[in-house]
Design a protein around this ligand. Structure first.
Ligand SMILES: *Cc1c(COP(=O)(O)O)cnc(C)c1O
Length: 382
């Protein structure tokens, strides 16, 4: 069994050997009875290991072409554990439009412990290469990155990193292993906010990390147990359940996104569109090389004669909300929501204008979605 679609259903630990149940049971337990001193079943305490979580962890390892997976209580808990690999004086190179929460974690928490960071435009390999000074310990990349869906060449970046003895960490939240597998492209660590597409139903918060190297796996297992931000058994079950439909969901998500992107690209009231699945997008060629398609996130800008608040208030199917990757379509306003902490002049410089709208395209009828967007664009005219 090697096809990805089959791995989604049968990968990792499939069902329950003891009873034949086709689903992994929810082992809602904190501890395990031991027969005698040092004589146990292999399970001792659920922070260290839980069979439901273990099933999820081996599933994500299979899906990402990795060796060992780790499940955490959130994407940021996963990233926190990964940052525990580094030491005071180390420095991380981040994609300049890294997820805001990751930026905050480094800027306001880890920097107090001497772990530093530098932002670099990783879409430019020369800038990336020049930024790797001796104190750089790792690259932390996202592709496509939020909210302008900029594409970084993951294979080339990982190659540069390897030449300098630097680790490559890829946050694969926007693509999922169905569309893009960074470990196959040379990355060392993949992290996920499984809250998004992997869960897929906007009903849980979870994070994952996957590695290939057994030494890295050992260190991460130690960090997962030591920092303790593990995913609960019930949420592990929910996430396994969500992952089973990843391929069928994403096929619809991306088909809808492609149609909406084409529609908006030729819309008279739309001044710009950002979607790596459009041939006109600057990231199209590289994205096509490293990913199955352009995914289902896109951003666009309304022309100046539009009131964006009125646009959001006029939406009936699409919901104004933070987050992404669920079956329902969501719209957000990066300038006042996800990127509000960035000063306005800096925001404008990096292309996040007040008229920018980000869409997480859901799996509803694409005709309903297009009609909803058109109607809201129409009503938002000043
Ligand atoms: C949401 C998100 C995170 C953080 O994940 P949580 O599950 O909210 O902690 C990290 N990276 C990206 C790209 C995200 O979209």
């Amino acid at each position: 069994m090697s096809a990805f679609e089959s791995l989604l259903i049968h990968g990792g630990i499939d069902g329950d050997a003891a009873t034949g149940a086709v689903n992994v049971p929810i082992y809602q337990t904190s501890t395990y009875r031991q027969k005698g001193l040092g004589d146990n079943t292999g399970w001792e305490y659920s922070r260290t290991g839980n069979p439901t979580r273990a099933a999820l962890e081996s599933l994500i390892a299979d899906l990402e072409s990795g060796k060992v997976g780790f499940a955490f209580a959130s994407g940021l808990a996963a990233i926190t554990a990964v940052l525990g690999l580094f030491k005071s004086g180390d420095k991380l190179l981040l994609s300049s439009n890294v997820y805001g929460g990751t930026y905050r974690l480094l800027d306001q928490v880890f920097s107090r412990f001497g772990l530093h960071y530098e932002l670099v435009d990783t879409t430019d390999l020369e800038k990336l290469s020049n930024a790797i000074t001796p104190d750089i310990a790792a690259l932390l990349l996202e592709s496509p990155a939020n909210p302008l869906l900029t594409v970084t060449d993951l294979a080339a970046s990982a190659q540069i990193a390897k030449r300098h003895g630097v680790l490559t960490i890829v946050d694969n939240t926007f693509m999922t292993p169905y569309l893009q597998r960074p470990l196959e492209l040379g990355a060392d660590i993949v992290v996920h906010s499984a809250t998004k597409y992997l869960g897929g139903h906007s009903d849980l918060i979870a994070g994952l990390a996957v590695v290939r190297d057994s030494k890295l796996a050992e260190r991460l297992a130690f960090l997962q147990n030591s920092t303790g931000g593990v995913l609960a058994p019930f949420d592990s079950f929910l996430l396994i359940r969500g992952i089973k439909t990843l391929a069928v969901r994403l096929d619809r998500h991306t088909a809808n996104a492609e149609k909406i992107a084409q529609h908006l690209a030729s819309h008279e009231e739309v001044s710009r569109i950002y979607y790596p699945g459009l041939e006109s997008d600057p990231g199209y060629v590289i994205n096509k090389r490293q990913a199955k398609n352009g995914g289902a996130m896109l951003s666009f800008e309304l022309k100046e004669n539009h009131d964006v608040d009125k646009f959001f208030r006029s939406l009936r199917v699409v919901a104004l909300a933070e987050s992404l990757g669920g079956v329902e379509s969501l719209a957000c306003h990066p300038a006042t929501m996800t990127h509000a902490s960035i000063p306005k002049d800096v925001r404008e410089k990096i292309g996040i204008s007040d008229r920018l709208i980000r869409l997480s395209v859901g799996i509803e009828s694409v005709d309903d979605l297009i009609a909803d967007l058109d109607s809201a664009i129409d009503k938002s005219r000043i």
